[in-house]
Write a protein that binds this ligand. Structure first.
Ligand code: MF3
Ligand code: CO
Length: 250
């Protein structure tokens, strides 16, 4: 069942999402060679708690941290550790916060120092694929329209689309119906209605789309070790289109 949020629920989701956006902004200048992913995690946890929210990922199905931090060939769900960021890495930071029972969810891939041209290409086009998907959000369109827009953009730029991991509804649960795949057929799937909130999150690779899970039972990596990028926004369906709830604050 896909929930339609009331006006007051949407207000709480705006607030949760704003806290997520602010956390990204707070972390951004700290993403430099030498910082450990655990240090970033501690900073984010403190920031979220200081903003009257709680980290949604912490203890979610046993996940041990506030942030999912995934470096290079890690796709998603990397566990913060003593690993230091290095010049040339790309690092995906997925932030989820809960405010008065409602969640916001947004991931972004950042450059650490100077990054190769091919990693920059991957990042640029994964971000653009996200916005291609978001452009499809309006009442009457279907989930498949979003999926198809992302997949065809990724195909055009020769990027691998991961099929096992999908976007999702967001609300008073972090993951709700519907699933929002990054591949599919236009004109299929659930119809979008005002008041629905979905997380759209393309995960694209420079190489093949196949993945593996590491022995920590969380970290998802590409099978061929090719770099992977992840861009995600929480998006509200409005009367005439969409509102990006997690959009970056200036
Ligand atoms: N944004 C991530 C997702 O949608 C959140 C994962 S929380 C975790 O999959 F605890 F599962 F890591
Ligand atoms: Co998500």
């Amino acid at each position: 069942m896909i929930s339609i949020k009331s006006d007051w629920e949407i207000e709480l989701m705006r607030e949760a999402s704003l806290i997520v956006a602010k956390t990204h902004k707070y972390l951004m200048p700290k993403i430099k060679p030498g910082i450990t992913t655990l240090e970033l995690d501690r900073l984010a946890e403190e920031f979220i708690l200081n903003n009257s929210a709680t980290p949604s990922c912490k203890n979610y199905n046993g996940f041990p941290a506030t942030l999912c931090i995934s470096i290079n060939d890690e796709v998603v769900h990397g566990i913060p550790s003593k690993r230091k960021l290095k010049d040339g890495d790309i690092v995906s930071i997925d932030i989820c916060a809960c405010y008065k029972g409602y969640h916001g969810d947004s991931a972004w891939t950042y450059k650490v120092g100077n990054v190769s041209e091919e990693k920059s290409y991957l990042m640029e086009h994964t971000e653009k694929a996200l916005y291609e998907g978001i452009e499809q959000v309006k009442p009457g369109n279907r989930i498949g329209d979003i999926s198809h827009a992302i997949e065809s953009y990724a195909n055009r730029y020769n990027l691998g689309v991961i099929r096992e991991l999908v976007g999702h509804g967001v609300g008073n649960n972090l993951h709700e119906d519907p699933e929002v795949p990054n591949y599919g057929k236009a004109g299929t799937g659930p119809v979008l209605k005002p008041g629905m909130v979905i997380a759209i999150e393309p995960m694209l690779n420079l190489g093949s789309p196949f993945i593996e899970i590491l022995d920590d039972d969380w970290t998802v990596v590409t099978e061929d070790s090719s770099p992977s990028a992840h861009f995600e926004h929480t998006v509200l369906v409005t009367e005439d289109g969409y509102e990006i709830l997690t959009k970056r604050v200036i």
